[in-house]
Structures are given as C-alpha cells and as structure tokens.
Design a binder for this molecule. Structure first.
Ligand code: UDP
Length: 235
C-alpha cells in the first residue's frame, strides 16, 4: 500500500479512547487505535496527532464554573490522553514526542514549532497536548492551528460517525451523507463538523479535512491510502 500524503494531522476525540463506557481510557481501545496508527507510520508517513479531552472533561459541561477554569481543566484532560497514546505507541516500538501548549516540563516537551517539525523529519510521531493553551478554544481548532504551523497536507478528523450528514443519522434514517463539501458549505449549512473557528482556520490556510469514522480503526489506513471514505472538505 502506498500513502497519498507525506505529513498528516490526525485529530482524535477524547471519546475515541474511552471504549464502550464513554468515559476515561480503555487500554484495549487505545491499543487498537495505536496499532492502526503504527501501520500508517510504517508506510513512512510523518504523523502528528491532536487528541481531545471529552472522555474526562469538557469546559462547556459546567455552567456553574468559571469558564476559563473549566477550559483549563479540559486542556489538562487532553494531556492524560496524549500520555496514554504515547505509552501505547512506544510499547509498539514507535518513537513519540508529546509537546504541551502549557509548560509541564517534567511530563513533556513544551510546544516549539521548529522542534516539532524536526521530530517529524526524524520519523517521530508528535502529539500536541493541552490544546492551544488558551481557554475558549477547542481541540479541533488546535488541530487546524498546528496543521497550519507544521504544514500538514491534510487533517484526518476521526469521528464516531462515518461521514458528514445533513442531519443526525442516529435520529434521522433518511439523513443524507455527503462525500464532498466546501468549507463554506459547512459554515453556511451549519453542519456540525468542527466549530466555526476551526473550519475558517482550515479555509484560510487551504488545509483539506477528511472526516471519517473510527468505529473501524483500519479506516485511518484507508484514509491515508486515498481510499474514498467519509467526507472530504476542501475549496
Ligand atoms: N480546551 C481549551 N482550549 C483549547 C483546547 C481545548 O480550553 O485550545 C478545553 C475545552 O474546555 C474543551 C476541552 O479542553 O472542551 C477538551 O477538548 P475538546 O472538547 O475539544 O475535546 P474532544 O471533544 O475532541 O474530546
């Protein structure tokens, strides 16, 4: 199998690591995802990863709490997930560096763009943790921002649905599946793919996004090989 892309950004939601319980980290789920990421790594693709934190905490889940504090808690949750991914990938013999947007030097490197690129060139997977380091943002925006900074060819947006639909396919059996959308389609139709900050960042920086389902972790490999799965969002 040949890879279609040289350098990719994989965005995993926190929930992707949780397994059936929907909360916390399920080691065998993490292992399945990492096995699939390793098969992409073995093709020689430079891989960066942004992982969410929703399996532990989302800032917007608490109305009573100060918004920034709740968001900082969410950013810390992403660090837990990043370390779990690092541990699993390293257990498979894949070199990994975690870089955090909020300094915690005992645990991981601080985010330094030039260093991240160097790691990628040396065939190390780089996991960007702690979001953008700013409250009021999401990890989707982090994926868009870091993808722009490191010049990734595409964002592979792994979701719990297999593509973008015009309505929720779990609630509407007649929901229409899109194989292709423009950035403006997503914004104008209010499709819930990424938040608007993330999607406009991708639009302004011409970063294509492939939305696909992680129900089958092998989909990461399919996406990399250019197989027509999910929904492609570009120009
Ligand atoms: N977050 C933040 N700034 C960022 C990225 C994340 O404040 O740059 C916080 C925010 O509270 C968010 C939480 O971290 O709800 C977890 O991230 P997200 O909800 O994007 O995770 P996912 O839904 O992908 O699991």
């Amino acid at each position: 199998m040949k890879a279609k892309y040289e350098r990719v950004m994989i965005k995993l939601s926190g929930e992707a690591l949780a397994g059936e319980k929907g909360f916390g980290i399920n080691p065998s789920t993490v292992k399945n995802i990492c096995t699939s990421i390793k098969s992409v790594y073995d093709l020689g693709v430079e891989i960066s990863i942004v992982v969410g934190g929703g399996n532990f905490w989302r800032g917007r889940q608490s109305d009573e709490m100060d918004k920034s504090t709740a968001d900082y808690m969410g950013m810390l949750a992403t660090v837990l997930n990043a370390l779990a991914l690092q541990d699993s990938l390293e257990g498979m013999g894949v070199p990994v560096r975690v870089q955090t947007a909020i300094e915690m030097r005992e645990i991981a490197e601080p985010y330094i763009k030039r260093k991240a690129v160097r790691h990628l060139e040396k065939n190390r997977i780089v996991i960007f943790a702690a979001g953008t380091g700013n409250p009021f943002f999401t990890t989707d925006t982090t994926a868009a921002l870091r993808a722009a900074e490191i010049d990734a060819n595409i964002i592979l947006l792994a979701k719990n649905v297999d593509a973008v639909y015009d309505s929720d396919p779990n609630l509407n059996p007649d929901a229409k599946k899109y194989s292709h959308l423009s950035y403006l389609d997503v914004i104008n139709r209010g499709l819930k793919v990424m938040d608007s900050t993330a999607i406009t960042l991708c639009m302004d920086n011409h970063i294509p996004i492939l939305v696909f389902g992680l129900n089958d972790p092998q989909n990461i490999l399919r996406a990399i090989s250019g197989e027509k799965i999910g929904t492609l969002i570009n120009g």
